[in-house]
Design a protein around this ligand. Structure first.
Ligand code: ADP
Ligand code: ZN
Ligand code: ZN
Length: 745
């Protein structure tokens, strides 16, 4: 007897046939089974899906239904909750089920035949049995902490909350307050309480996974074996990814560490999800289904009855708002850890600890956090890049053998090259943007489309040989700083060859210096080894890396974000400066004299004032008040529809036509007037970088005070967008896509 199955496959976006197809099978395969199915002239990977929830979108002509080609035996069907996660993601982010489901599986599964998968499975059977399974420990109130340091009072209090409350939790802990140790302990409690339980720990960047993996392996490999910890991120090769995925899916891996894609890992016994640096924009995908892994983690936690722990020193305003007191409607439990490790004596909470904490707080820099200094650039020589006091402070560090970090959020030598005679500028011929001057290889490079050319000898427009850089990026900053410090010597390196000491070593880390695999690691290692005195870089160096000997962090020109048209820019700037400050003085002995320098023309700005007090709550609450008044997220729900076309008019015309249909047609639909009343559709506008690689881009903002209404509207509006595309007004349109909860508008 043969059975009808619904199978999810990956079809081209917006393909007419949809992504849920019907197949025939000799046996009844449970939902979640991985299969190979014929699709056109090829064979592809598919996931059997619940017939109820997935209405097959393809034509149903029994005579044409083809048979499933094979099952990936040995791989258990994906769980019902995993399927629900995929369904939710597809619905919420307005993408097809097939696209989301297949993108959530390791790419190599798509390429392998059932027989090849069998061979992989045999090979990846655990070689060493876990040393201890301590299944019998579940009666203990708390596992022994023998393998970690003795906890601070703040850490103990945090763990008590995490154990006794359902969550989700927002762990609001200063950098260096021991958040990672809390994650480790929470995982340990969980793993020792149940022999199967699994934990998922996410970090925003691939670069941060090796150091996290090292810490987890050091702690847990002795207890649960080497195979208990696996990583999952896009920096891995496809075979490695498949191996990790299978280990997680089979339950053999107890801990999965990964970037945003790991939120879709199949974890049959998931009990805890940690999202470290939860505020980081990297958790939002910027292509395909534009999901937020942080938000999905919270959803998945509820779905699977797993605890969710979000951690940050500067939480996103969304999470901050969600963690307001429960009486005020908060849904997350906020746990604060304000003190840096090393500034409080470890051990149980006692009077001495608290008294110590109070005096520190009253003393200006609370709890060993660095001193924030604002340099008023209005009183510095015009066009000075480095103010005199900052330069002096850097020289002092050099004299003491300490390190400094200077950051500027713009790479390259100069953002524009221009002709002083005729006004020519280094525009990209394919984009509405300037090409950046990279001095090291004398190129003009477009950071949007990649178009690269040698720097012309003379102005292409008037022949003037005098074309000059305008503005500055990290490359020029590094060069400039090296010049300014050229005469400075390192007093600790006096030798026969260098009677006054060796010269200062200035280095740079940014996307340009770390293009090749392994370069970032080796450059970071050089900083750690003390081979660098002054490090120049982009925000890349401000994130997560644990530089112990840096005692000065300087933001050379951060004011731009104060006046940005992007309402999230101040939030990002504050987070970045706090993070950067968190890099300073991680070494407890140096913490006392660590400083964060901010060069600004707005020294009295409230953002910098709050930063000086290390007062994230004051900053966040002020921002939230502004957002409430302006009707911005998290007080409204937003979505963007982006359109790309041959010309700007076509892109905008498509969006405006779809908008008009919403007003004219959808309003006629039974019962839709009340939904539409809650929706605001703004006119289509060009995107801020309007043209990239000769494609014109426009966007339209959709807003609603009700997330539900917005969801309902978007789901229905999809079909309107599809229809609009087929009409004459859709001519010239290349593609369109919806971004729900967009991060950049
Ligand atoms: P965060 O993640 O909040 O930045 P970490 O967990 O990395 O902080 O802790 C900062 C440093 O303090 C690390 O070197 C860590 O090993 C150490 N540490 C954490 N907790 C303790 C503790 N209870 N006692 C001593 N050292 C600790
Ligand atoms: Zn010219
Ligand atoms: Zn370009």
């Amino acid at each position: 007897m043969s059975h009808w199955l619904c199978v999810l496959v990956q079809t081209p976006a917006h393909a007419a046939m949809g992504s849920v197809l019907s197949y025939r099978s000799e046996s009844a395969l449970p939902s979640g089974t991985l299969v190979r199915v014929p699709l056109g002239s090829r064979e592809t990977l598919g996931v059997v899906w619940d017939v109820e929830s997935a209405q097959a979108t393809g034509e149903f002509d029994p005579a044409k239904i083809r048979s499933v080609a094979g099952t990936l035996e040995g791989i258990a069907p994906l769980s019902a909750t995993w399927q629900q996660l995929v369904t939710f993601t597809a619905n919420y982010y307005q993408r097809s089920l097939g696209e989301v489901a297949l993108a959530a599986l390791p790419p190599q599964l798509r390429e392998l035949s059932p027989a090849q998968v069998q061979r992989r499975l045999k090979r990846s059977k655990p070689t060493t049995a876990p040393a201890v399974t301590n299944a019998g420990d579940s009666g203990l109130p708390r596992p022994n902490h023998a393998s970690g340091p003795s906890l601070t009072a703040e850490q103990t209090a945090a763990l008590d909350q995490i154990e006794s409350q359902p969550g989700p939790f927002l762990l609001f802990g200063a950098t260096g307050s021991g958040k990672t140790e809390v994650y480790l302990q929470a995982v340990q409690t969980l793993l020792s309480a149940s022999p199967q339980a699994q934990a998922l720990i996410m970090v925003p960047e691939i670069n941060l996974t090796p150091q996290l993996e090292a810490r987890f392996k050091a702690r847990f490999a002795p207890l649960y074996g080497d195979d208990a910890v696996v990583s999952l991120h896009s920096g891995m090769t496809n075979p490695q990814r498949l191996k990790s995925w299978l280990a997680a899916h089979s339950g053999q891996a107890r801990m999965v560490l990964g970037t945003r894609m790991a939120v879709f890992a199949s974890l049959p016994h998931l009990r805890l999800i940690v999202v470290d640096e939860e505020h980081d924009p990297s958790y939002k995908s910027s292509e395909g289904a534009r999901y937020s892994a942080r938000d999905l983690a919270v959803y998945r936690g509820r779905l699977e009855n797993a605890k969710v722990l979000l951690g940050s020193a500067t939480p996103s305003l969304e999470s901050w708002h969600h963690s307001r007191p429960a009486e005020a409607g908060g849904r997350y439990l906020r746990i604060a850890m304000p003190s840096r490790i090393g500034t409080l004596p470890p051990g149980p909470n006692n009077e001495a600890t608290r008294a110590h904490q109070t005096t520190r707080t009253n003393a200006g820099t609370p709890d060993g956090l660095p001193l924030v200094r604002r340099v008023d650039m209005n009183h510095q020589p015009r066009n000075a890049v480095f103010s005199i006091p900052l330069l002096e402070a850097i020289k002092e560090r050099v004299a003491r053998g300490e390190q400094s970090m200077v950051f500027l959020n713009r790479r390259g030598y100069a953002p524009v090259l221009h002709c002083t005679d005729c006004g020519w500028k280094s525009e990209c011929p394919h984009c509405s943007a300037f090409r950046v001057f990279h001095k090291i290889d004398r190129t003009l490079r477009c950071h949007h489309c990649g178009f690269t050319e040698r720097v012309p000898r003379a102005c292409p427009s008037c022949g003037n040989p005098d074309i000059a850089p305008l503005g500055r990026g990290t490359e020029r900053l590094e060069e400039h700083l090296a010049e300014l410090l050229a005469d400075v010597r390192r007093p600790h390196t006096i030798s026969a060859e260098f009677p006054e000491g060796e010269p200062v070593r200035v280095a740079r880390i940014d996307a340009d210096t770390t293009r090749l695999k392994g370069e970032l690691q080796s450059q970071l290692a050089a900083v750690h080894a003390g081979d660098v005195d002054v490090l120049v870089g982009t925000q890349m160096i401000a994130k997560g890396h644990d530089f112990r000997r840096i005692t000065l962090v300087a933001a050379v020109n951060p004011d731009g974000a104060l006046f940005s048209s992007d309402f999230r820019a101040p939030e990002r700037l504050f987070g970045l400066l706090m993070q950067a400050g968190g890099r300073a003085g991680r070494d407890a002995n140096l913490g006392e004299r660590s400083e964060v320098w901010i060069q600004t023309f707005q020294p009295a700005h409230a953002l910098y004032a709050a930063l000086k007090r290390h007062d994230y709550p004051a900053f966040a609450n002020a921002q939230l008040r502004e957002r409430l008044q302006a009707g911005l997220p998290p007080f409204t729900a937003q979505a963007l529809v982006r359109a790309e076309a041959r010309d700007q008019e076509a892109a905008q015309a498509f969006l405006n036509a779809a908008s008009a249909s919403a007003h004219n047609e959808m309003a006629q639909w039974e019962g839709w007037a009340t939904v539409l009343d809650q929706i605001t559709l703004y006119p289509a506008v060009p995107m801020s970088i309007q043209r990239v690689a000769n494609v014109e881009r426009a966007q339209m903002l959709v807003e609603s005070p009700s997330r539900n209404a917005l969801q309902q509207f978007l789901s229905a509006w999809q079909s309107v967008l599809h229809t609009t595309r087929k009409q004459p007004v859709g001519k010239g349109l290349f593609r369109w896509a919806i971004d729900v909860d967009p991060l950049a508008i």
